[in-house]
Design a protein around this ligand. Structure first.
Ligand code: GDP
Ligand code: IMO
Ligand code: MG
Length: 427
């Protein structure tokens, strides 16, 4: 029965990898349910740092079975290189399970992603260029290639032909690029088939049986709520559903099985790529957050845009995900500010607005209404309990909790597994 969802409450990079890894020791399965290798999840274990893109962060916990669910898009070359990279560092990856229904990011999907962005020019989304959008588009258009297709050569051939029929027209006639040969793609994909085969499984059946047996299953989201294709800042979003509902469709588990939904929430805000961001800073405070917080993309190496905490977004995340808890991360980064502004509402065309505006045009005009909270200067990285935090840090956390609409059950005070204050236990 105990299924938990752990997801990003902002625009990604909230520290989901660290939080998942922390819980990994107490859960039986960690399941990615959407996205692909656009994710960059950093896990620090002792003096070792791991950057995971496609694999669930639970792969680093020996007792835990990592699962790539049907809702994920899988680039086979990335999968194999991530696995061999971990094996070289002594990590056992043999328990990994991959859904046969997961869609494959083909080389042409990566090409289409890059070409489309170039074609959009200054209207581009700023994607990670990993082929995510085009692969989900193929899935919806019913011309996608699934993991199971790797094991039926004639079907694979027909499907790649169908997908490339239209794409080659677009690539050659619209984008002035060379056509992609069907044979070449089929050959490349078949080259991965045998190496991936041992991992392919009926993950829906396995996960539901595990839940029947009272095993603990943790669903690890990629990206974040505001990057959700339905609930995010469309069109500046990713092409999947990182929000809680995505865990059900992306893993084949019913909503009645989910008992806890944990939103990972940074103590300030960051964003990578284009799109609106009301609390974004363009001054030395923004620069300081980037420097102190190490806000550089794990996947693309781009500098992250930085800004103050936005409670309107946190409330929205509580609502659309049905959050039961928050895990507040990177509180330590805010040490040293005399006063810390927190956005409590927006001003849109002269009106105060307390909730995320329904209209995207309004959101583009939203100006943050700030409340100033007193800062602290003491080093908090060694704090083990809430009481160890300086009074002003405690008040900052309490204020965020009140504004955000769900209890803050854990606080990150550093990147390491043990640099965490646990307030309410998750399992
Ligand atoms: P994810 O995509 O949500 O997994 O997050 P990323 O790994 O992309 O970015 C979060 C970064 O913050 C990583 O470098 C983590 O090691 C680091 N991190 C996570 N939690 C904390 C924390 O509480 N304090 C500090 N200082 N760093 C943290
Ligand atoms: P994690 O899991 C932050 C952003 C991209 C771009 C938009 C669409 O590490 O939090 P895509 O390649 O998905 O089509 O790009 O989404 N984006 C992320 N931003 N963290 C991520 O993942 C992201 N994955 C995608 O920068 O704006
Ligand atoms: Mg990340």
């Amino acid at each position: 029965m105990p299924a938990l969802v752990l997801l990003g409450a902002q625009w990604g990079d909230e520290g989901k990898g660290k939080a998942t890894d922390l819980l990994g020791g107490s859960v039986d399965y960690v399941v990615r349910y959407q996205g692909g290798n656009n994710a960059g999840h950093t896990v620090v274990v002792g003096d070792q740092k791991y950057a995971l893109h496609l694999l669930p962060s639970g792969i680093l916990s020996p007792g835990c079975t990592p699962v790539i669910g049907n809702g994920v898009v899988v680039d086979p070359s990335v999968l194999l290189s991530e696995l061999s990279g971990l094996n070289e560092r002594g990590v056992d990856t043999s328990k990994l399970l991959i859904s046969g229904n997961a869609h494959i990011i083909t080389p042409y999907n990566v090409t289409v992603d890059k070409v489309t962005e170039r074609f959009l020019g200054k209207r581009k989304i700023g994607t990670t260029g990993r082929g995510i959008g085009p692969t989900y588009a193929d899935k919806i258009n019913r011309v996608g290639i699934r993991v199971q297709d790797l094991y039926d050569e004639s079907i694979l051939q027909q499907k790649v032909e169908a997908a490339l029929d239209v794409k080659n027209q677009i690539l050659t006639k619209l984008y002035n690029r060379r056509a992609i040969a069907v044979e070449q793609v089929v050959e490349e994909l078949l080259g991965y088939a045998e190496q991936i085969k041992p991992y392919v499984a009926d993950t829906v059946l396995i996960l539901n049986q595990a839940l029947e047996d009272n095993k603990v299953v943790l669903f690890e989201g990629g990206q974040g709520t505001l990057l959700d294709i339905d609930h995010g800042t469309y069109p500046f979003v990713t092409s999947s559903n990182p929000t809680a509902g995505g865990a059900c469709t992306g893993a084949g588990v019913g909503p009645t099985k989910i008992s806890r939904v944990i939103g990972i929430l940074k103590a300030y805000t960051t964003r990578v790529g284009a799109g609106p961001f009301p609390t974004e800073l363009f001054d030395e405070d923004g620069e300081a957050l980037r420097r102190i917080g190490g806000e550089r993309g794990v996947t693309t190496g781009r500098d992250r845009r930085c800004g103050w905490f936005d409670a309107v977004i946190a409330r929205y995340a509580t609502r659309v995900n049905g959050l039961t808890d928050f895990f507040l991360t990177k509180l330590d980064v805010l040490t040293g500010w005399e006063q810390i502004p927190v956005c409590v509402a927006y001003e849109i065309d002269g009106q105060r607005v307390d909730e995320l505006p329904y209209s995207q045009s309004d959101f583009h005009h939203a100006k943050p209404v700030y409340e100033m909270l007193p800062g602290w200067s003491e080093d908090i990285s060694k704090a083990k309990t809430f009481a160890d935090l300086p009074k002003n840090a405690q008040s900052y956390v309490k204020a965020l909790e009140e504004m955000s609409g769900a209890p803050i059950s854990a606080i990150g005070v550093g990147p390491g597994r043990d640099e965490t204050i646990e307030i309410n236990s998750f399992i």
